[in-house]
Design a protein around this ligand. Structure first.
Ligand SMILES: CC(=O)N[C@@H]([C@@H](O)[C@H](O)[C@H](O)CO)[C@@H](O)CC(=O)C(=O)O
Length: 271
């Protein structure tokens, strides 16, 4: 599917539905000879929905190694996820961040044309913005290329090295980026996260946490969802934790968080 022959109208998945709950950070399927393997994405969607009860996907992010892919590969993956997610997924969010502003803008226009339900952008991480205004200016130039598409800032300072506090960034953001919809917060600074939520209660922003092993802490300060790699295979288990937290049964929620932590400790030790 190319943007010109799209069979999916823009934002046709769930127009207006707020992004919340679990979002799986998509792994990029590859063939043994290093090509992207689009043929398994249909099965991947069905697996997420049926086996993990997860209906939101974040494409071309960290888990999907989007920044190691070519622009063409990123577009093909975005198209296939939107196509296969139609009528099955609630949200297909495409990460369109890149070091080159024109490339990021190109990816944003493409995501809009194929009907993605949202776009996200990380901070440029080689020549880094040194203050909030520089970062917002970059984000604004990308977001404005997709004026009908909800926009999310992807905050991941351990990888970008850009430590501008999100609380500061959000101050007045809608005036600069009218499509601004929320933050994917992949950092352990819960003070910053808590202040963001505290100060923006009236804005209806989505705050999605990205450190899976600490999700319970982020729930306690008020996030409305999470984006992460483990929701590909621990979606159901994590939903049990969300239910226990909402009940509220903190002891049970802790039990699930500890189990998830134990599992991740094992995975991290494997490298
Ligand atoms: C650095 C990193 O990869 N973080 C993951 C987490 O889900 C992470 O895999 C998990 O917390 C285990 O450490 C996500 O925040 C990344 C993510 O959502 C993405 O793929 O964009």
């Amino acid at each position: 599917m190319s943007p010109s022959d799209t069979s999916t109208s823009p934002n046709s998945m769930t127009p207006g539905k707020k992004l919340e709950g679990l979002v799986a950070a998509a792994i990029t399927p590859m063939t043994p000879d290093g090509q992207i393997n689009l043929s398994v994405i249909r099965q991947y969607v069905d697996y997420l929905v049926r086996e993990q009860n997860v209906k939101n996907i974040f494409v071309n992010g960290t888990t999907g190694e989007g920044l190691s892919l070519s622009i063409q590969e990123r577009k093909q993956l975005a198209e296939e996820w939107v196509r296969q997610g139609k009528d099955k997924l609630d949200h297909v969010i495409i990460h369109v961040g890149a070091l080159s502003l024109p490339e990021s803008q190109d990816l944003a226009r493409h995501a809009a044309a194929i009907g993605a339900s949202g776009i996200a952008v990380i901070a440029p991480f080689f020549f880094k913005p040194t203050n909030k205004d520089e970062l917002v200016a970059f984000l604004q130039k990308v977001a404005s290329e997709a004026p009908g598409v909800p926009f999310y800032y992807y905050h991941i300072p351990p990888l970008t090295g850009v430590k501008i506090r999100v609380e500061e960034l959000l101050d007045g953001i809608r005036e600069q980026i009218p499509t601004f919809q929320g933050v994917k917060f992949s950092d352990t600074d819960l003070l910053d996260l808590a202040q963001c939520i505290n100060k923006n209660g009236s804005e209806q922003f989505a705050f999605l946490y990205g450190v899976d092993e600490q999700l319970l802490g982020a729930l306690a300060v008020g996030v409305n969802g999470a984006v992460g790699s483990t929701y590909n295979y621990l979606g159901r288990k994590t939903k049990l934790m969300l239910q226990a937290f909402a009940k509220p049964d903190l002891a049970l929620a802790q039990k699930y968080q500890f189990l998830i932590g134990e599992f991740l400790n094992f995975v991290i030790k494997l490298g």
